[in-house]
Write a protein that binds this ligand. Structure first.
Ligand code: UDP
Ligand code: MG
Length: 348
């Protein structure tokens, strides 16, 4: 049976890149004729012409579907919405700006068909990214790896192919603060990577503001590790140790030289240090408490305003197309077999 591959693309104000991406996806589908494709675009509350372009594309091409969210929910949630609705045997997650080149997907599909359940794109080079982005990404990967027990590949983003089995596990992970690459790594299936050079964004600007980046890093950290809580214990112990030293020093001075520890300076330093350590610890605990709170509210992860191109007639039409293609493939296969039989018969 022909396998279906779903390609999921979260888009936030991406009118400049979508026409090119649609073309590239079409050539990808043509370069992998052995698979059927569906392209699921998730409009993450765009304010530009993104929705219009997607609607037109869906009218032209039965493989294109668009999920329009009611507002901007962020890339990770938009991707989750796509994953929830994808029907493919293999599901690919990619950015819209061609920084995850669609050509690489052909290679991913090949590895998946070899039997790997997760195939992720490993950034061989990322010269196109800014200096700040590269350094912060490397630091973050190092921090994450020391703090978490789950091996998250440091050179990978969210560009990956997942098998249906992985997707079903992912769909059963309802957490709100989503760090998809970690969640996929957590599932523990067999994974491999396909190296690729990460080009520059095709057009438009990055949609990841510094604030979004920090929020994302926090999600990775706090969703995958409780070690920051231990850090606050360590900090507390250190300060307590310092306090004991201070007490001994003050008492010894008073008893043996009958002078008080001098000055405001020491007092000032002690107050600031204690205040700082306490606030940091409180902040760390606050992160976890806040996450527990939003988790127990149990609100839906996203709100879909509109589904474009998801009608049953289209599904049927697509199924018929695929059946026809399969029949043609089979006929071609039989013809090949007959020709091969004929040849071997000649030889006998
Ligand atoms: N994106 C999104 N919602 C957001 C931010 C980004 O759907 O709130 C999408 C964006 O349209 C793109 C992908 O996520 O397809 C990656 O974003 P971008 O290329 O701006 O990030 P960068 O590559 O700079 O990290
Ligand atoms: Mg990008």
């Amino acid at each position: 049976m022909q396998e279906l591959v779903s390609i999921i693309v979260p888009c936030y104000n991406e009118e400049k890149v979508l026409p090119e991406l649609l073309e590239k996806l079409d050539s990808l589908a043509r370069s992998v004729p052995e698979c059927g494709f569906e392209f699921i675009f998730v409009d993450d509350g765009s304010a530009d012409g993104t929705r219009r372009i997607l609607e037109r594309a869906a009218q032209r091409d039965a493989r294109v579907r668009a999920l329009v969210l009611s507002r901007n929910f962020g890339q990770q949630i938009a991707a989750t919405a796509g994953i929830d609705i994808a029907r493919g045997d293999g599901v690919v997650l990619m950015d819209s700006d061609l920084q995850d080149p669609p050509e690489v997907v052909a290679e991913m599909i090949a590895r998946w068909r070899e039997g790997y359940e997760i195939v992720y794109g490993a950034r061989a080079t990322r010269d196109a990214d800014s200096w700040f982005k590269r350094v912060s990404a490397r630091l973050f990967a190092a921090l994450l790896n020391t703090l978490t027990d789950c091996p998250i590949p440091p050179d990978a983003g969210d560009f990956r192919l997942m098998s249906r089995q992985v997707v079903e596990v992912l769909k059963n992970m309802p957490e709100r603060h989503r760090f998809l690459r970690g969640m996929v790594a957590w599932t523990g299936f067999r994974q491999t990577s396909v190296p690729y050079d990460r080009p520059e964004r095709f057009a438009g600007e990055t949609k990841y503001t510094l604030r979004k980046m920090v929020g994302f890093a926090f999600d990775g950290l706090f969703s995958f590790s409780t070690k920051p809580l231990k850090l606050s214990i360590v900090l507390g112990l250190l300060v307590t140790g310092l306090a004991v030293l201070g007490i001994v020093y003050a008492l010894v001075l008073r008893i043996f030289t009958s002078v008080w520890v001098e000055g405001w300076t020491l007092l000032f330093i002690a107050i600031l240090l204690l205040g700082g350590v306490q606030l940091v610890s409180l902040g760390i605990i606050g992160q976890y408490v806040g996450r527990i709170y939003s988790e127990v509210q149990r609100r839906p992860l996203y709100v879909v305003r509109e589904m474009v191109g998801f009608s049953q007639e289209r599904d049927r039409a697509q199924a018929q197309d695929r059946a026809r293609e399969q029949a043609q493939d089979r006929a071609a296969g039989r013809a090949r077999d007959r020709a091969a039989d004929g040849q071997s018969g000649d030889r006998q």
